[in-house]
Design a protein around this ligand. Structure first.
Ligand code: FAD
Ligand code: A2P
Length: 282
């Protein structure tokens, strides 16, 4: 698939005969995890600087030639030479019904204007940082978990990821396992690095070693008991939330119940929230 349309928002250069493709990037790898989930990597625009956890607009030309663009969290850390994305395949979804067929060498559109609230600068310093995600809401944390700055700011990072079925956890599971065995990180932080990145994957609609919704496992104290952590408190714990609107609303209430407050880039506090997708009820 090669983009043969102008995808530049900038004012057209009147003397140019051919359309320019300044926002096209080349796909370098694709992996399908389930029939609903895949990840892919693309070349990184030389000028693109972003903070781990931010999102950009990506897309493909639609049938009428107009780009179909959607927000996507960058799943790779800011030091990576390429960009990685972790995607849903929505049946009949305008973008993902096409995007799921991309192959190495194809081009996608990528607007190099990163934004987002799930950034380390939006949180106050603390001891532990919780990443709370359902489904593809894992993507910004796949970036932040791979950013050494996360471990410079926090003693422990806890990745809670919940999906309906066990196979939907595999992208995150593989990523955490690779990180825990990463020689460079172990060299940087010592053998205890594996204990600094805690992982709590759960399913809700299929038997697996750990079960239940994130909200329930936090409220009951089960996750803290299982991981040997003290009860969540506003002095030591910080959190980032990324899931459906209903998930975000419910987790926010749980964190507020523990005395934490929502922050923003302009006013760092104890937790921040971002939607993993725009869905029903919005
Ligand atoms: P759309 O018309 O966009 O969506 C159709 C319906 O599918 C939605 O109404 C919703 O009910 C459902 N849906 C859409 N996206 C998802 C999803 N990710 N998980 C479950 N259900 C969904 N999507 C990703 O796959 N990976 C990301 O990293 C990602 N980051 C995002 C970051 C932000 C800030 C926002 C707002 C959205 C993000 N999304 C992400 C969603 C993405 O923008 C698109 O909605 C998605 O790619 C589907 O596009 P579509 O055109 O096929 O269908
Ligand atoms: P459940 O199976 O109990 O609904 P979905 O696929 O619907 O987006 O959900 C992804 C995961 O998030 C599922 O495991 C689901 O659990 C869980 N989930 C959905 N809504 C909430 C919520 N409001 N609070 C906590 N977990 C939720």
């Amino acid at each position: 698939m090669t983009l043969d349309i102008a995808v530049n928002d900038a004012a057209p250069a009147p003397n140019r005969e051919k359309p320019t493709l300044p926002d096209a990037q080349t796909v370098t790898a694709v992996k399908h995890w389930t029939d609903r989930l895949f990840s892919f990597r693309v070349t990184r625009p030389a000028s693109l600087r972003f903070r781990s956890g931010e999102f950009v607009m990506i897309g493909l030309p639609g049938d009428n030639g107009k780009p179909i663009l959607r927000a996507y969290s960058i799943a790779s850390p800011n030091w990576d030479e390429e960009l990685e994305f972790y995607s849903i395949k929505v049946p009949h979804g305008p973008l993902t019904s096409k995007l799921q067929h991309i192959k190495e060498g194809d081009q996608i559109i990528l607007r190099p204007k990163p934004v987002g609230t799930l950034v380390l600068d939006a949180l106050l310093p603390g001891k532990r940082l919780w990443f709370l995600a359902t489904g593809t809401g894992l993507a910004p944390f796949a970036s932040l978990m791979r950013d050494p700055e996360t471990f410079e700011r926090y003693e422990q990072v806890i990745m809670m990821h919940t999906c309906r079925t066990a196979d939907e956890l595999n992208y995150g599971r593989e990523l955490v396992e690779n990180l825990r065995n990463d020689e460079l990180l172990t060299e940087l932080y010592g053998d205890s690095f594996a204990e600094r990145l805690l992982y709590y994957p759960t399913t809700t609609r299929e038997e697996s070693p750990l079960m239940g919704r994130i909200t329930d496992n936090m409220t009951s104290g089960k996750v803290c008991a299982d991981l040997g952590l003290p009860p969540i408190n506003a002095q030591e714990d910080r959190a980032m939330i990324c899931g459906s609107l209903a998930f975000n609303v419910d987790v926010k209430a749980v964190l507020e119940g523990f005395g934490l407050h929502e922050g923003a880039n302009s006013e760092p506090r104890e937790f921040v929230v971002e939607k993993a997708f725009v869905g029903e009820g919005i």
